[in-house]
Design a protein around this ligand. Structure first.
Ligand code: NAI
Ligand code: MG
Length: 369
């Protein structure tokens, strides 16, 4: 029998709950079949939580998040909450989760499903079969380093300062995540920094190389981050896992996203440190897209990013890599069959609704499992 697991489900606002409903269908079936034993606890986050109790996430929900095997997050925000106090704005719920769970490793896969290769910004042959994983350091670097300030100089000019800071420990732990993930994939890590112009880049390079001693079976290469950006659009299939800092990772993961087409297709995972006693990592899984207020409530949302986020949860938090691959195969098969929501339909295909896409995904999961 599969190991029992407890996940906290936070559907959020806008299309978040609509996409999450399609994941619920899959969990209900895998549980009924005895393939999984997932207990779900559902709570409010974002604008929905603010409307209920005035905070973007309650302390009780945070406690559940800390105790759960993983958090599955939909999306938050929307024009309805534009004027709420800054500390209670919907995004504050997401930021508190990331901070309190100490999610320092952000995983953004860029997978190009063959049926969507023509939707890429690149030529189809450059991206068909693409499967790369960007591992971005999420809690350090120039977004958080001190000093961070704007000062007015004697001559009246202003001077703004952001500081890139990384410690050996921060670099070592993100490198370990990248090497461990590479072992479950094609065993290659490319580390990107700017050691030619940044002290932190020199340290990054040195620490990643030192950490690699514990992962001799994984192939390690280094690239300057600007050259890496160039290579990502020139020949993206050369990469397997890319590990990089917070700022470069922010930009490179958005570049990689556009190699594969729509926002409605992109999942992500954020991982924290391993628990010393259980060996388990805190983790949150969420689509890259937001709450899409322009299409919310109309049954138009593409649930694939949400379902693919669930697949990542199966793989990285619940130890069910095979089932994760089967869910991803189901996604590919549904796309191959020409079933499309509006965001990926292109011309000549009549789009299906969110729930029709979810039903098609479930039917395909039932076939491939
Ligand atoms: P968005 O990702 O919500 O939407 C951008 C565009 O992509 C829209 O035209 C939308 O209809 C489309 N889109 C997004 N996901 C889709 C899907 N699954 N299926 C079909 N089409 C999809 O970003 P936007 O418009 O900048 O932000 C809307 C709200 O979401 C804002 O309140 C923003 O703060 C919030 N947001 C929340 C995030 C989160 O919860 N992690 C991330 C990004 C934005
Ligand atoms: Mg970004």
């Amino acid at each position: 029998a599969p190991a029992r697991s407890n996940i906290l489900v936070l559907p959020g606002d806008g299309i978040g709950p609509e996409a999450m409903a399609e994941v619920d269908k899959i969990i209900a079936w895998t549980n009924a079949e005895g393939l999984t034993a997932i207990e779900t606890d559902v709570d409010l986050v974002g604008g929905a939580a603010y409307d209920d109790h005035g905070q973007a996430i309650s302390d009780a929900a945070m406690e559940k998040a800390l105790a759960a095997d993983a958090v599955l997050f939909g999306a938050v925000g929307g024009p309805k909450w534009d004027d709420v106090p800054y500390d209670a704005r919907p995004e504050a719920g997401l930021l508190r989760l990331r901070k309190d769970l100490a999610l320092f490793a952000n995983l953004r896969p860029a997978i190009c499903y063959p049926a969507l290769a023509s939707a890429s910004s690149l030529k189809p042959e450059l991206v068909e079969g693409l499967d790369i994983l960007i591992v971005r350091e999420l809690t350090g670097g120039v977004y958080f380093g001190e000093p961070k300030e704007v000062v007015t100089l004697e001559n009246g000019e202003q001077r703004a300062v952001d500081t890139q800071v990384y410690t050996t420990h921060e670099i070592d732990r993100i490198a370990r995540v990248a090497f461990e993930l590479a072992r479950t994939r094609s065993n290659q890590v490319c580390s990107m920094e700017k050691r030619n112009v940044m002290r932190s880049g020199v340290l990054w390079n040195k620490v990643v190389t030192a950490t690699h001693a514990d992962f001799q079976d994984v192939e390690l290469s280094h690239m300057l981050a600007d050259a890496g950006g160039m290579q990502l659009v020139r020949a993206p299939k050369q990469f397997d896992v890319i590990v990089t800092d917070n700022l470069f990772g922010d930009m490179l993961s958005d570049v990689a996203a556009m190699l594969t087409g729509s926002l409605g297709m992109l999942p992500s995972a954020s991982l924290g440190a391993e628990d010393a006693t259980t060996g388990k990592r805190k983790a949150m899984y969420e689509p890259v897209h937001g709450s899409a207020p322009d299409i919310a409530g109309q049954g138009k949302a593409n649930p694939i990013a949400m379902v693919a986020s669930f697949a990542m949860m199966l793989r990285y938090s619940l130890g069910m890599a095979d089932l994760a691959t089967q869910v991803e195969t189901a996604i590919a098969n549904v796309l191959d069959a020409g079933i499309r929501t509006g965001d990926i339909a292109g011309s000549g295909i009549t789009p299906v609704s969110t729930s029709q896409m979810g039903d098609a995904l479930l039917a395909e999961v039932q076939k491939v499992v």
